[in-house]
Design a binder for this molecule. Structure first.
Ligand code: NOJ
Length: 558
């Protein structure tokens, strides 16, 4: 089938269903809640939704632990609700990307329950089992660590073997080297595509192929074993087969979550000739404000720009990029990338949108980002619900209680629950998210920051996003144009151009909450330059100027 590659002109909205909108007062968002907000999504102008997992799950990791891949989580509704939601989306020109979590399943999945029954069970080999090391086999099979702390192996008393879990022990890793597992995944993907879903976001897809023999990982300060299961030996063959046998038969898209990816890997996974994934989420820009990925450090703009530009230049004509500042695993982007914004929250948020979304790639906006939602003001470490935090705290309490203070400081800035507090719809009780008790507290700033208020205010972040999305969608200059960065070493501004068939965009973003002088690049010659996007409400000409705090300007030149 000839694929239209519609994702190149998509603007995708990520919904974390648990926190989006609760229709039945149990404090947990659900599918009927999503249905009630489809007009809102249409108004914003997005043309696709990535829905974080909504499958049956015991919710050890909020749905990223699936116990039935073909049914809907009880808290979220029914398959009929799902069908109504997809219909409602399609009627509004919105496609649906489901989350595909197949590096691991839940330990409550039928396959794992069978596998526990013994070494001869036909499902045993759906997972990765090994004998322990040492005299009595009481040491885990290797030194790999779980992404959520501790050993990546759990001992199973009855069979005397360990199983691998790169996340919690309730998320056993599937054995992709077993052709039956790969066939199961193909069937699941086909099942949802046939039901009308338009693509998949593939969870930690870089982890699915493990090195033969599962050797010990090199010692380092953070996670052990990465080098043996990230971009493992068969990953490209497995993804190619999934593409050839299933995905290529539908006009769908895939975006792979790619921990451990650099530009070269991103090309390997997304080059059209290789027929694997369509696009990937990389993390290098998310690590520019951290040591070892999670210890916060002050952001240096030139460091961030170096990564952004490397992907713009590197993937050009070779692969396809994704553009994101936020998702359910990341803290909110203001002030993370804009520093101390004072009374300029709106300007800062709009500037961030311009800086990111005028680049090449498929843009994603995470629920609440379009109204400038912020990190939650955590008062104590016990308020976090994230299983990752709970696991790590268990370890700290046992081995290094003195590190708790540092951990809390880091979590306030970086914790995943920051982005998971409920969506703020209005200034009424519980921000209009639920009539019950919300599963995670509502950010107290909901009286000022909420959808209703943003829709009323013509200068809101919401209306700016709407304008930006309308400007971007269907615009070949942004979809296909080449990229050229100016002033790469500046720690104040991100300035780049896009060129396409005689047209040119000049994007100028001041990342600082202060005035910054701007000089027109010396090769900037043009017949006319129109200001097409601006986060201040006065006119500007393309010339040497003093940029206002967080000022963002986009000129279209001929
Ligand atoms: C990445 C997901 O985005 C995250 O939320 C989850 O905890 C892990 N993968 C494990 O599935």
């Amino acid at each position: 089938m000839q694929r239209s590659r519609w994702y190149k002109d998509a603007f995708i909205y990520q919904i974390y269903p648990r926190s989006f909108c609760d229709s039945n007062g149990d404090g947990i968002g659900d599918i009927r809640g999503i249905i009630s907000k489809l007009d809102y999504l249409q108004e914003l102008g997005v043309n696709a939704v990535w829905l974080s997992p909504c499958y049956k799950s015991p919710n050890d990791d909020n749905g990223y632990d699936i116990s039935n891949y073909r049914d809907i989580m009880d808290e979220f509704g029914t398959l009929e609700d799902w069908e109504e939601m997809v219909d409602g989306m399609h009627k509004r020109g919105i496609k649906l990307i489901m989350d595909l979590v197949v590096n691991h399943s839940s330990d409550e999945h039928f396959w794992f329950q069978e596998a526990l029954k013994g070494k001869d069970n036909p499902y045993r080999d759906y997972y990765i089992w090994r004998k322990g090391r040492g005299k009595n086999g009481k040491r885990p099979p290797n030194n790999w660590t779980s992404r959520f702390g501790g050993s990546a192996w759990e001992y199973h008393e009855d069979s005397g073997e360990y199983y691998l879990h790169l996340f919690t022990k309730k998320q056993p890793d599937l054995n992709w080297d077993n052709p039956k597992v790969r066939q199961e995944v193909h069937d699941i993907v086909k099942y949802w595509l046939d039901k009308g879903c338009d693509g998949f976001r593939c969870d930690v897809i870089t982890y699915i192929s493990k090195k033969e023999g599962l050797p010990n990982g090199k010692l380092n300060v953070a996670l052990l074993g990465d080098e043996h299961f990230t971009h493992g030996p068969n990953i490209h063959a497995y993804l190619h087969a999934l593409n050839k046998e299933v995905l290529s038969k539908y006009d769908c898209m895939t975006v792979g979550e790619g921990p451990g990816m650099n530009v070269k890997h991103a090309i390997d996974y997304t080059s059209e000739e290789r027929e694997e994934l369509d696009t990937v989420f990389t993390f290098e820009h998310m690590h520019t404000d951290a040591f070892f990925q999670f210890l916060p450090r002050k952001l240096k703009l030139s460091r961030l720009k170096k990564v952004l530009a490397a992907y713009q230049y590197g993937l050009r004509d070779k692969g396809w990029n994704s553009l994101y500042w936020e998702n359910h695993d990341q803290p909110r982007s203001i002030p993370r990338f804009t520093g101390d914004f004072g009374d300029k929250r709106k300007e800062a948020a709009k500037m961030l949108a311009v800086a990111l979304y005028m680049q090449q790639g498929t843009p994603y906006v995470y629920q609440g980002q379009e109204i400038g939602m912020m990190n939650y003001p955590w008062k104590s470490i016990d308020e976090f619900q994230d299983v990752m935090v709970k696991n790590l705290m268990g370890i700290f309490n046992k081995y290094a209680p003195f590190l708790k203070k540092v951990a809390f400081w880091a979590l306030k800035k970086k914790g995943r629950d920051n982005a998971r507090t409920p969506m703020q719809w209005n200034d009424k009780e519980n921000a209009g998210f639920t009539t019950g008790t919300p599963w995670l507290p509502i950010n107290p700033n909901y009286k000022e920051i909420n959808v209703e208020q943003a829709m009323k205010d013509k200068n809101s972040i919401f209306h700016f996003y709407k304008k930006l999305i309308a400007f971007r969608r269907g615009n070949p200059l942004i979809i296909h144009g080449t990229f050229k960065e100016n002033y790469a070493s500046s720690n104040d501004i991100y300035c780049y151009e896009r060129w396409y068939k005689g047209e040119r965009l000049m994007v100028i973003c001041n990342f600082k909450n202060k005035e910054i002088p701007f000089k027109l690049p010396s090769d900037c010659v043009y017949k006319s330059a129109d200001l097409v996007l601006h986060n201040y409400d006065y006119d500007r000409k393309l010339e040497d100027m003093t940029l206002r705090p967080y000022e963002a300007l986009v000129f279209k030149m001929i």
